[in-house]
Design a protein around this ligand. Structure first.
Ligand SMILES: *Cc1c(COP(=O)(O)O)cnc(C)c1O
Length: 343
């Protein structure tokens, strides 16, 4: 029986082309700045996102945490969306590592209202107050279901930050999904942030790695702190070789993942009891609400598993599907057919 793995785009394995490039990669000691393949990836990445400098990091989490550490002082507040990955899914590193406190903002489908951001900013002389040190955005927004934050909204928030002299970081784990869905160059989005992190290891299929990008001074500091966190990767060019292919060959095809998630949503929407918020079906993530079916999300996930279909139970009512390079049109048809039988 075949397995169709919708649990995450992180499950993508490196392509044949990547494996060959990894085998042939020219390498050196990156802690000495001497890995030519990492140097090439960092230069390419900085050019693509329109920033002065970039840093190859083992994970998106490390990239985000480095951004917190580099932009802020201990005891400050970070404004971010209530379901932001940095707030909910990074093991509390925000407080544990960077000594910060979160100022979460409720949003509509992951998109923060600029006025709420403005109202949350603390910039005053009151000796009691923790001051706002950073504003974070997330695009696409993962827990909202891969929702794209429009560039106009990013600009509004960025402008408010600049009026108040506050830096902005973008958790752009899937920022290329956002750019492809909008049909724009990724710089349309990245121009409205001082720094960003994006993942090579999700829809872009690399086995390992993310990029942190920003001004040279910021990246120089992040490079130092990456070493402190244990992220100096020596002959990491083996991994960076795959990252270069992610950026050159795997970005445009993300639109196929988006088309397939729409097809899946359309098919599952017809099943009695399955509810989908169509507004959030924009990129490669689909959240379905199953509270009106006879099953809980866990029961359904187990039943699907018996048919070789893997998805994630997010809450008691919500199941998440993620499309990626290894999900085909056939897989979508098969999944719709099987769920019709199960429910
Ligand atoms: C996956 C993800 C991360 C973290 O990436 P890892 O490489 O898994 O550490 C950060 N932010 C968002 C929005 C993500 O989806």
């Amino acid at each position: 029986m075949r397995t169709i793995d919708f649990r995450s785009d992180t499950l993508t394995k490196p392509t044949e082309e990547m494996r060959k490039a990894m085998y042939n990669a020219e390498v050196g000691d990156d802690v000495y700045g001497e890995d030519p393949t990492i140097n090439k990836l960092e230069k390419l990445a900085s050019e693509i996102v329109g920033k002065e400098s970039a840093l190859f990091v083992p994970t998106g989490t490390m990239g985000n945490q480095l951004a917190l550490l580099c932009h802020t002082d201990r005891g400050q507040e970070v404004i971010l969306e209530d379901w932001a990955h940095i707030y909910r899914y990074e093991v509390g590193g925000l407080s544990f590592l960077a000594g910060l406190q979160a100022r979460p903002i409720k949003s509509e489908n992951g998109i923060m209202n600029p006025e709420d951001v403005r109202n949350a900013i603390v910039k005053d002389d009151d000796i009691h107050h923790s001051q706002t040190g950073l504003i974070c955005m997330e695009n696409t927004h993962n827990m909202a279901g891969g929702v794209v934050v429009p560039p106009s909204r990013m600009k509004e928030i960025f402008d408010i930050a600049k009026e108040n002299n506050i830096p902005v970081h973008l958790d752009g784990a899937r920022v290329f999904n956002a750019a492809v869905a909008l049909g724009v160059d990724v710089k349309e989005l990245t121009q409205y942030t001082d720094s960003l992190m994006f993942c090579l290891s999700k829809g872009l299929c690399s086995p390992v790695g993310s990029i942190l990008a920003g001004e040279k001074k910021f990246i120089d500091k992040a490079r130092r702190l990456r070493k402190m966190l244990g992220g100096g990767m020596r002959q990491g060019g083996i991994l960076a070789a795959a990252g270069i292919i992610s950026l050159t060959n795997m970005v445009e095809r993300l639109s196929e993942d988006h088309t397939r998630i729409k097809e899946l949503a359309e098919g599952l929407n017809k099943i009695k009891g399955v509810k989908i918020n169509d507004e959030t079906v924009q990129t490669n993530i689909l959240m379905i609400n199953v509270e009106d079916t006879p099953y809980s999300s866990n029961e359904l996930v187990d039943k699907m598993k018996e048919e070789g279909i893997l998805a994630s139970s997010i809450t008691n009512d919500i199941i998440r599907f993620v499309t990626h390079y290894y999900i085909t049109d056939e897989d979508i048809e098969y999944t719709i057919e099987k769920l019709n039988q199960i429910i």
